[in-house]
Design a protein around this ligand. Structure first.
Ligand code: AMP
Ligand code: TRP
Length: 347
């Protein structure tokens, strides 16, 4: 697998100049190639360049309570952490933990909720999409981005590496921090979103007009390329990806489905879309799909093998996560003390 990093980027930077980084994913359904190309791969590629914390945001998974099965949530939270490690995150160089193991997130989130205007939350596209068509939703679905802001601000993060769909939430976090600092004095560092140059928005294979998502993956076979999918399933998904009525690749007429396949292949191979497109001019879509399948198998096979090994030793996984929670907590408590002192509580 080609990492989007250079030898220079891999040389360890001195600790004092490294940006502080925080990111996370929800422990809902199996992770897919969009999660990998949009987020995880850049977390791994830059792990020597940054002082990073990565959490599995299990409290965020409670915002759709109808979908919560407690035993399953517990299992998935650990599985997502194992996938972080399987993709190459090194627990010695990064702090990896479950959000609910650090209660300061929920406490900080309450204080931030009190300074966040409701209008800012109603405007979030993720809230609108998830609330659409429902008679009633929990308050947590609306205040979800405030908990996300607490995740980020508690660690004085400078950078938040995410896929494109999360940029709005990171900008909101920045606005929440600016407002708080104005009201109560300089307390929070202002973070910015960092999105990868390729793979920031991978589209569904069955419908290239919507982004590849965990929720659609759960409902529609053929939608997503799951990082843990069986090779036979991957073959079926990729070979039946939606293209168009043409037979061979013509860049000037490429439909969204064909462009998505080119973008996936280019991102996996660390090349520009145009360079990959050039190689396929005049060739059939079947060829393109076969190349995508090969590149996907090359990327995900070692991930799946490492994942299975990690899940086979739950005590070790729990030990690493407990260590991560301790490290995260010691940082979170000192920021929260600053926040509480600023507003006049807790003393
Ligand atoms: P989520 O699946 O919403 O928990 O997202 C976890 C991370 O993966 C976030 O940084 C998202 O921005 C990123 N992500 C999710 N779906 C995609 C996609 N289709 N393409 C690129 N990045 C994605
Ligand atoms: N909302 C993010 C998503 O759906 C997950 C998330 C929660 C997150 N807290 C975060 C991402 C903090 C980055 C930083 O993908």
């Amino acid at each position: 697998m080609t990492e989007p990093s250079t030898a220079a980027a891999n040389a360890a930077a001195p600790t004092s100049t490294r940006p502080r980084v925080l990111s996370g994913m929800q422990p809902t359904d199996a992770l897919h190639l969009g999660n990998y190309l949009g987020a995880l791969r850049q977390w791994v590629a830059r792990q020597d360049q940054q002082d990073a914390l990565f959490c599995v945001v299990d409290l965020h998974a409670l915002t759709v309570p109808e979908a919560v099965d407690p035993a399953d949530l517990r299992h998935r939270s650990r599985a997502v952490a194992a996938l972080y490690f399987a993709c190459g995150l090194d627990p010695e160089r990064n702090v990896v933990f479950l959000q609910s193991h650090v209660p300061e997130h929920a406490e900080c989130s309450w204080i931030l909720m009190c300074t966040t205007p409701l209008g800012w939350l109603y405007r979030m596209t993720q809230f609108k999409a998830k609330a659409e068509g429902r008679d009633s939703v929990g308050a947590g679905l609306l205040t979800y981005p405030v908990l996300q802001a607490a995740d980020i601000l508690l660690y004085d993060a400078d950078e938040v590496p995410v896929g494109e769909d999360q940029v709005q939430h990171v900008e909101l976090t920045r606005d929440i921090a600016i407002r708080f600092n104005r009201l109560f004095g300089d307390t929070f560092v202002l973070p910015k979103a960092v999105i990868p140059t390729s793979g920031a928005r991978v589209m569904g294979l069955d419908d290239p007009t919507v982004k590849m998502s965990k929720s659609l993956a759960a409902e529609r076979p053929g939608h997503a390329i799951g990082l843990l999918d069986d090779p036979k399933v991957l073959k079926k998904t990729i070979m039946s990806a939606v293209t168009d009525s043409g037979r061979e690749f013509r860049p000037e007429h490429a439909s969204p489905g064909v462009r998505n396949l080119i973008a996936i292949l280019a991102s996996l191979q660390g090349e520009e879309d145009t360079v990959v497109a050039e190689r396929f001019v005049g060739r059939g879509y079947g060829d393109l799909k076969k190349s995508v399948l090969e590149a996907v198998l090359e990327a995900v096979t070692p991930i799946r093998e490492r994942f299975e090994a990690l899940m086979g030793d739950p005590a070790e996984l729990d030990r690493i996560l407990a260590q991560g929670a301790d490290a995260a907590r010691s940082r979170a408590t000192s920021t929260l003390a600053r926040v509480k002192a600023a507003v006049g509580v807790g003393t």
